[in-house]
Design a protein around this ligand. Sequence first.
Ligand code: URA
Length: 437
Amino acid sequence: MRAVDIIQNKRDGKILSKEEISFFLDGYLNEKIPDYQMSAFLMAVYFKGMCKEELEIFTEKMVNSGESIKFTGVENFLIDKHSTGGVGDKTTIALAGLFASFNIGTAKLSGRGLGHTGGTIDKFESIKGFTFPKSKEELIKMTNITGTGIMEASNKIVPLDKKIYALRDVTATVQSIPLIASSIMSKKLAIYSDGLILDVKVGSGAFMKNIDSARQLAKSMLDIGEGFKRKVAAVLTNMDEPLGLAVGNSNEVIEAIETLKGRGPKDFTELVETLTAVALMIKGDVKDLEEGKKKVREVIESGKAIKHLKDFIEYAGGDPNLTEDYSLLPRAKYEYLIKSGKSGWVQGIEAEKIGKAGMVLGAGRETKEEVIDHSVGVILCKKTGDPVKKGEVLGKLQYNNEKNLDTSINFIKEAFTISDKKTLEKKVIFEIHTVNI
Ligand code: URA
């Protein structure tokens, strides 16, 4: 077999055999096939795609390129919720408390923020003393004791994805649906869970800018899940504006806590209620979404959800009292208010610009090496559909030094569109698709 023939077959739109895909991926992993041939192959996939069978074989090879984690001895039903990324997405923090309230274990590897989007690991690390498990054994112990198992993603899981992703990044092949689907799903399938919820973000602040491409990505990931006989739900949700009101690390921890106390923003509350209800459907505890959401509201009202989050924080080495006293979290020294230049209705808030406004203040990093400031960020005071008067505050910047303050202010001003006409609030949940449920 020759690499060049496999590239040619894909270029000509042929369906590759298991042997061809295995030969190509093994060859690349073992450095027998060079980057330039893999680049050509990726471009051929970008244009010709992969059918369901090819995608399954491709993903299986990715999964088997590294270690897997099996939660042996964990009794809870395990669910991994994955978001394709956005601004203000503190969902994992809130779900930790909610899932544990229903004896559903969170089983997931999370990442750090890069560019305008944040990362769960950074958000939890706003909590002084909070330490993530360092090994599989520690992760399993944490899941058994608290019901929540979150660890930082390592290069040992799906090393082939890391290698291929680096190449996609410099060959304009990141935006290929089968490549995105296999990249995400390989990392999810390497961690054993009973069910998988994919929060596929749609909109200006997301990878998938419109509903059609989000649907295609969801379908590809569900196809892979079906092939692997996993219970998978794909929930298509809005990322045209930031999720909730808080963006930044300790800010987002506070908003997740407030949500578990029943005082969260409307859109974020709806998202966590829906995702937990979907988890209950996967587990088989409820027959439909409405029954699930009702149960979620009950555990929030009873105080059970916040109690579980406190236990998780304490187990990981943080002070659980911070859920009552936010001064125990890092807070920025100064605040700058951005006021509206005109009256009307908020027509839109570009998520990416709000993310960048926080990032330049130090809440996020442009390169992997940068150190972040957990205390800074953005608080939105208006959301799409809200009426606004001239001079009213649209958002607040929380900062520690003035270095990039002007840049940040400009990002916020550019992010808001104020219209003379009444506008409607954004829909939060678009569609839910499932397999094996
Ligand atoms: N996230 C991933 O993990 N992989 C992609 O290809 C895109 C987003």
